[in-house]
Design a protein around this ligand. Structure first.
Ligand code: WTA
Length: 626
C-alpha cells in the first residue's frame, strides 16, 4: 500500500486505460527498453526500417532507429487520410474574439501541402531553418508541418517574446524565411507581432522573405520585395495541394527550439524526425489514453516544447482531435475555459499549475456554471503543482472522477519522463514514477543515490528516443551542460526527492533558470536586457516564490554614474525588459543597490541575494569577494 495521501483510480478509469497493468509493462520495458521502443516504432509508418534501434557507439551523441527512413508529417497526416480519419476533425480552433474554425485531416493535409509549395517557391530546401513567430492560430501549426514536410528545420519563437529575443533567435538559427502574423489577440488587445518583427529584423540580417498571416487586420508596414501576405501566396497557382514529402533519415533534424540554460544566451535544442516521433506518439497514447472519440485540449502555446510535442505532433500522430484556443483564460470573463470545455465537449484538459492557480482565484462558482461532465482526464506540466491547486483541479474541475497526469519533462527530453498513467494511484504534487523504459535516479554530490526522502540531483540513466540530439551548432555545450557532472548520466538541472514508494517529488531548478508562470527564462536574459539600458551598469535577477506565477522575477541594479534612482526609472527599466525579452520577463521588482555579492572570480552569487530576500541564512559565503 502506498504511503501518504493517495488517490486511487476508479474501476471505470482502469477499464478504459491503454495501460491496464502498469507494473507489468514497466517490468517488460525496463528489462529491454530498446525492444519496447522498437515495438512502439512499429506502430508507425517507415519507408525503410532501421538497422539498429539504438546506436550508442559515440556517447553521449546517441542515435535512434539508425538507417530508417520516414517523415513525421507523413505519419501525422498522409497516414490518416488513407483511412476513415480523412474526414475526422484534426483541429477545432476558437479565436479570442469567438471565431470558430475547424479542419479535418484532409483539410489540414491540403493546407500543409499548399504552404509547403509556397515555402519551396521561396527557395526553402531540406535542412534550411525557418523561423515562425505567431500567436495561437491554425496557421502556426500549418507552418510547422509545411516546413517539416519538405525537410526544413522549424524554429518557433513564442509569440510572447519580444524584439531582442526574436532577433537573437533568428540570427543564431540563420533563417532566411520568417513566418509571422500582423498581430495576435491577447486579453482583448492586439500584440503587434509584425511591428516587433520589423524591429527585430533591423538587428539581424539573415531574413530574405517575411510571410505574414492576416489575423488582427490593423494597418501594418509591408516592405516591398521582402514581405508577402500568406493568403495571397496561398492563392497563387504554385500553391497546389499536392506536395511530395521529403524522405527523411530518422536522425535528420526536425526542429530546433530555443530554451534558457545555465549561462549566457538561450540555446537551441535539436530534435529529429524518427526518435522524437516515436517518443511523443507513445507517451501521449498511454498517458492521456487517447481514444478515437476524444476531444483533447492542451492549453499550452505551440511556441514552447509542450505545444510542439502535445499540441502539434503527439495528437496528430495519434489521429486525435485537438482543440486550440487563441487567447487568455479569463477573457472576457473567468468562465471562458469552462464555457469552451462544455461547448466543445472536451474530454482531456492538459494545462499548467499557474493557469489553475490563476483560475482558482476567481472562485468555483465560475466553474460550476458549466457542465464539465465530458472531462475524463486532466493534466499538468511546467512546474511543481502545490497540493492545494491539485485538489481544486481534482474536485472542482474534474468532479473527483478525473485522474490528474502530472507530467515532468523538459524541452530537452522532448516527451514525458516522469508521469503517471491513468491506472496508477496518485499523490497530489508528485508525478509518480518514470515512464516505462525510462530509468532515473536522484544523486548526491558524489554520484551516490540518495536515501528515500532526501533531496538530490535528478538524473536520467538510460537514453530515450525523443532525447535532444545536441545543442544546435554547439556540441561542446551539449556535452558539458548535460553529460559531464556524472559521466554517462543526463543531468536534468532539477533537484528532487523520492519517497518510500519510489514516487518522485520535484523540488525545482538548481541552476540559473527561473520558471515564471511555467515559462522558462534564464537570469542571463533578464540581466542582459537590463544592462542594455544606458542607465544600468550591472544587474542581477533571481526568482522568488509567487502565489500564482510559481516564481516572480526580482532584480537588483547598479546604476551608472550620473543616473538618479527614481520610481520613474524603475518603470522605465521594467518596460525596457518587456520590450527586449517579452512581457513574461518583466521584473516584479527592481531594487537599486551599490554592489552585488560576487565570488572572487566575479560571478554573481544569486543564492546570497535570494537568501537575503527571503530572510534566510545565506549558507557558505567563504568564496564571496567582499
Ligand atoms: C519544470 C516544460 C515539476 C522542471 C515541459 C523542468 C516541472 C523544467 C514539471 C523544464 C512538473 C516541468 N513538475 N516541475 N510536472 N514539468 N517542470 O523546458 O524544472 O520549459 O526542468 O519544459 O520545467 O521546462 P521546459
Amino acid at each position: 500500500m502506498p504511503v501518504g495521501e493517495v488517490y486511487y483510480p476508479s474501476e471505470e478509469v482502469i477499464k478504459n486505460a491503454n495501460i491496464k497493468n502498469w507494473d507489468e509493462l514497466n517490468e517488460r520495458a525496463t528489462k529491454d527498453y530498446e525492444g519496447f521502443w522498437e515495438e512502439m516504432a512499429n506502430e508507425l509508418d517507415w519507408f525503410d526500417k532501421w538497422q539498429k534501434v539504438l546506436d550508442d557507439s559515440n556517447k553521449p551523441f546517441y542515435k535512434w532507429f539508425t538507417g530508417a527512413k520516414t517523415n513525421i508529417v507523413y505519419n501525422c497526416l498522409d497516414r490518416h487520410i488513407k483511412t476513415y480519419r480523412r474526414n475526422k476533425l484534426a483541429l477545432i480552433w476558437e479565436g479570442e474574439d469567438g471565431q470558430l474554425r475547424t479542419m479535418s485531416y484532409f483539410a489540414l493535409h491540403r493546407e500543409v501541402c499548399k504552404f509547403a509549395n509556397v515555402l519551396k517557391s521561396m527557395g526553402v530546401n531540406k535542412g534550411d531553418r525557418v523561423t515562425i513567430y505567431m500567436g495561437r492560430i491554425p496557421e502556426l501549426i500549418i507552418a510547422m508541418l509545411a516546413s517539416a514536410r519538405i525537410g526544413a528545420i522549424h524554429s518557433v519563437v513564442y509569440g510572447g517574446f519580444s524584439v531582442e529575443s526574436l532577433a537573437e533567435r533568428i540570427e543564431d538559427s540563420d533563417s532566411k524565411v520568417l513566418i509571422t502574423a500582423d498581430g495576435a489577440y491577447q486579453r482583448g488587445k492586439i500584440v503587434p507581432l509584425k511591428q516587433i518583427a520589423d524591429e527585430a529584423l533591423q538587428r539581424c540580417g539573415t531574413v530574405e522573405h517575411v510571410l505574414v498571416v492576416k489575423r488582427t487586420g490593423q494597418e501594418i508596414n509591408m516592405e516591398s520585395g521582402r514581405d508577402m501576405w500568406y493568403h495571397e501566396l496561398m492563392n497563387l497557382p504554385i500553391a497546389t495541394q499536392n506536395c511530395a514529402f521529403e524522405i527523411m533519415d530518422a536522425e535528420d533534424p526536425l526542429f530546433i527550439l530555443y530554451t534558457s540554460g545555465t549561462t549566457g544566451k538561450p540555446k537551441a535544442i535539436l530534435h529529429t524526425h524518427g526518435g522524437y516521433m516515436v517518443g511523443v506518439y507513445t507517451t501521449l497514447k498511454y498517458v492521456f489514453d487517447i481514444k478515437e472519440e476524444d476531444r483533447y485540449w492542451c492549453a499550452a502555446d505551440p511556441g514552447w516544447i509542450t505545444g510542439h510535442s502535445y499540441i502539434v505532433y503527439g495528437p496528430l500522430l495519434n489521429g486525435a482531435t485537438s482543440f486550440m484556443y487563441e487567447g487568455a483564460p479569463n477573457f472576457p470573463y473567468p468562465n471562458r475555459w469552462w464555457q469552451m470545455i462544455e461547448k466543445y465537449g472536451i474530454n482531456i484538459l492538459y494545462t499548467a499549475p499557474t493557469a489553475i492557480r490563476g483560475l482558482m482565484r476567481f472562485g468555483e462558482s465560475w466553474v460550476k456554471r458549466h457542465n464539465l461532465s465530458s472531462l475524463r482526464l486532466l493534466g499538468t506540466v511546467g512546474e511543481p503543482i502545490n497540493p492545494e491547486a491539485w485538489k481544486w483541479y481534482f474536485k472542482v474541475v474534474g468532479n473527483e472522477k478525473c485522474p490528474i497526469m502530472d507530467t515532468w519533462w523538459q524541452t530537452e527530453t522532448g516527451m514525458f519522463m516522469i508521469t503517471p498513467t491513468p491506472s496508477v494511484p496518485l499523490k497530489p504534487g508528485s508525478g509518480t514514477r518514470p515512464f516505462p523504459g525510462i530509468e532515473m535516479d536522484i544523486l548526491d554530490e558524489n554520484g551516490n543515490s540518495v536515501k528515500p526522502n532526501e533531496e538530490g540531483y535528478l538524473v536520467i540513466k538510460t537514453p530515450w528516443p525523443a532525447m535532444l540530439r545536441t545543442v544546435y551548432k554547439d556540441p561542446e555545450r551539449y556535452v558539458n551542460q548535460y553529460w559531464s557532472k556524472y559521466p554517462g548520466y543526463y543531468m536534468t538541472g532539477d533537484s528532487a526527492r523520492r519517497d518510500e514508494d519510489g514516487y518522485y517529488w520535484i523540488i525545482g531548478r538548481v541552476d540559473d533558470v527561473i520558471k515564471v508562470s511555467g515559462y522558462r527564462l534564464g537570469t542571463a536574459e533578464i540581466e542582459s536586457a537590463l544592462v542594455s539600458h544606458p542607465a544600468v551598469a550591472e544587474a542581477a535577477a533571481i526568482g522568488l516564490p509567487h502565489d500564482v506565477k510559481g516564481n516572480a522575477i526580482y532584480t537588483y541594479v547598479i546604476l551608472k554614474n550620473g543616473y538618479e534612482k527614481s520610481s520613474a526609472l524603475i518603470e522605465e527599466l521594467r518596460n525596457h525588459v518587456a520590450h527586449e525579452v517579452g512581457p513574461i520577463a518583466k521584473p516584479e521588482s527592481i531594487e537599486f543597490v551599490d554592489s552585488l555579492p560576487k565570488t572572487r572570480s566575479g560571478k554573481i552569487m544569486r543564492r546570497v541575494l535570494k537568501a537575503r530576500a527571503l530572510g534566510h541564512d545565506p549558507g557558505n559565503i567563504s568564496t564571496m569577494e567582499d
